[in-house]
Design a protein around this ligand. Structure first.
Ligand SMILES: Cc1ncc(C[n+]2csc(CCOP(=O)(O)OP(=O)(O)O)c2C)c(N)n1
Length: 342
């Protein structure tokens, strides 16, 4: 079946395996994203949030596997589905939740909301409601890093829908020509809003990068270790001056395009429950939990305790967001340019 096609075709293999402590860290980060977004789903459906949220549930292994290879100094650009990228790259949970709740304590003082969480101090150049915009921002950041010879790399997370934007061709071209330290990470979750990718996307997405002779990795995006290994190679290559790489991670969006999409669809369907159920069986977090237990890295009780701690962190973050002050409308026309302070 097309939706389950996760054939792997990659440039070189990495034999390095994450250590047990590294595996546990990957697990905890994925679980933090999952529990955070489960709560956001409930809050959204209850009408407690000031705007829409696009959830990353089911795709956590991509952001976490890639970001584990990055430091705070490295850059990442995100999408409208950006909570996972923000948390994976080390963004602060409380500040993100306050932002989603539209509070002054938010990471962007409540001015951005869910689709614009950013933290420049962590290299998080921002979630973005313009599909494909992160491609140019990441390539620009990588150009800056190259000019400064500072060893930083830039990662661009984008979707299969964004891969049909012309800016992908432009950024593949210029990053190859100038050998920029940028890693293109396509999260191929098989849908663009309510349209199956196969109806709007010709050929293999990674093939677009191969046309520029760019090293490519096509990985199972629900396998955090596979993502981690591909990212290790791509980041290492970029840092060593080897130029850009492309990772196509095949995964699946379990939730709707945005929460409450059912109200918009008004009974219309664009995918079968059976397909969603099949992907639930390949849940990246459950898969890693089995691996942790089988390898002796953790026992079930340890994972349960971890879950309790993570749930508490999320509950605390929601309480923090709820107790915050509403964003100040006076600031709406300030904070537009670098250096402006409120
Ligand atoms: C330039 C632009 N065109 C169209 C849209 C409307 N839009 C919002 S999300 C989306 C689908 C994006 O699909 P994909 O890139 O695969 O990301 P996913 O939602 O699957 O994570 C579209 C078309 C937009 N926000 N920006």
């Amino acid at each position: 079946m097309d939706s389950l096609d996760t054939r792997v075709e990659q440039t070189g293999q990495s034999n390095t395996e994450p250590s047990h402590p590294e595996l546990l860290e990957l697990y905890e980060r994925m679980l933090l994203i999952r529990r955070t977004e489960e709560r956001l789903s409930a809050e959204s459906m209850a009408g407690s949030l000031p705007g829409a949220v696009h959830l990353y549930i089911g795709e956590e292994a991509v952001a976490v596997g890639v970001s584990a290879q990055l430091g705070d100094r490295d850059y990442a650009t995100s999408t409208h589905r950006g909570h996972g990228h923000f948390l994976a790259k080390g963004g602060d949970l409380n500040a993100m939740m306050a932002e989603i709740w539209g509070k002054r304590e938010g990471i962007c003082r409540g001015m951005g909301g869910s689709m614009h969480v950013a933290d420049i101090s962590k290299g998080i150049l921002g979630a973005n409601g313009i599909v494909g915009a992160g491609l140019a921002i990441a390539t620009g950041a990588a150009y800056g890093a190259k000019l400064d010879s500072d060893g930083k790399v830039a990662v661009c997370f984008f979707g299969d829908g964004a891969s049909n934007q012309g800016v992908l061709m432009e950024t593949l071209n210029v990053s190859t020509l100038w050998q920029l330290p940028v890693i293109f990470v396509c999260e191929n979750n098989l849908f663009s809003e309510f349209t199956p990718s196969r109806e709007v996307t010709a050929g293999r997405i990674a093939g677009r990068a191969r046309a520029f002779a760019m090293p490519t990795h096509e990985v199972d995006g629900n396998d955090v270790v596979a993502v981690w290994q591909a990212a290790a190679q791509a980041v290492g290559r970029a840092r060593a001056g080897g130029g850009p790489s492309f990772i196509e991670a095949r995964t699946y969006r379990i939730q709707g395009h945005f929460e409450a999409e059912s109200f918009v669809l008004a009974g219309g369907r664009y995918r079968e429950d059976a397909e969603i159920d099949e992907w639930r069986m390949r849940d990246p977090i459950a898969t890693l939990a089995s691996r942790l237990v089988a390898s002796g890295a953790a026992d079930a009780a340890t994972l349960d305790e971890l879950d309790v701690r993570v749930r508490q962190r999320v509950a605390d973050a929601v309480a923090y967001a709820e107790a915050g002050q509403p964003a100040d409308p006076e600031l709406a026309l300030t904070l537009m340019f670098a250096g402006e302070e409120a």
